[in-house]
Design a protein around this ligand. Structure first.
Ligand SMILES: [Zn+2]
Length: 134
C-alpha cells in the first residue's frame, strides 16, 4: 500500500518572512486524503515562533507531518495531528530550552517528546499513548 504524498514545504525565505503553510500537508492513502488538522497547523505556527523568538532562528526544519513511516500504526501522524522537528542543528542547551518553550506555548492538549533525532509534537488531549512509536 503505497501512499501518495503531497507536501507543501515552505522555503527558508518564506519561513523568515513569517509566511507559514496555511495548508497543505496532506497524504492520500487507500483513496482517502488525510490533512494536517487545524491543531497541527497551529502547532507548526507555534513551533516557528518559538524557533524564531526563543532560539533566534530564521527557519525551523519540519521533517514529518502526515508523511513518513512511524512504528506505531496508531501514530498521531496518521491522524494529521503530529509533526516532527529536526534537532541536530541545535546545541544541547538550545534543545532543552526549545522543548520547554514549545510545551509552554502549545499549552494544554499538546505534548512534545524528545526522540533520538527529532522532537515529536502532537495534539492529543488525553496525553501520549503508552506505546509512542512517534
Ligand atoms: Zn513523530
Amino acid at each position: 500500500m503505497k501512499a501518495q504524498l503531497r507536501l507543501y514545504q515552505p522555503t527558508r525565505q518564506a519561513m523568515a518572512q513569517g509566511r507559514v503553510p496555511a495548508t497543505l500537508w496532506a497524504r492520500r492513502e487507500s483513496g482517502v486524503w488525510v490533512h494536517a488538522s487545524s491543531y497541527c497547523l497551529r502547532g507548526l505556527e507555534v513551533t516557528r515562533a518559538v524557533w524564531g523568538a526563543t532560539l533566534g532562528r530564521s527557519y525551523v526544519v519540519i521533517t514529518s507531518v502526515v508523511d513518513g513511516r512511524h512504528t506505531n500504526p496508531k501514530s498521531d501522524h496518521y491522524l494529521g495531528n503530529a509533526w516532527d522537528i529536526r534537532k541536530r542543528d541545535l546545541r544541547v542547551p538550545e534543545r532543552r530550552l526549545a522543548l520547554q518553550r514549545l510545551r509552554e506555548e502549545l499549552g494544554e492538549g499538546y505534548y512534545v517528546i524528545e526522540e533520538r533525532t527529532h522532537f515529536h509534537a502532537a495534539w492529543r488531549p488525553q496525553g501520549p499513548a503508552a506505546e509512542l512509536g512517534a
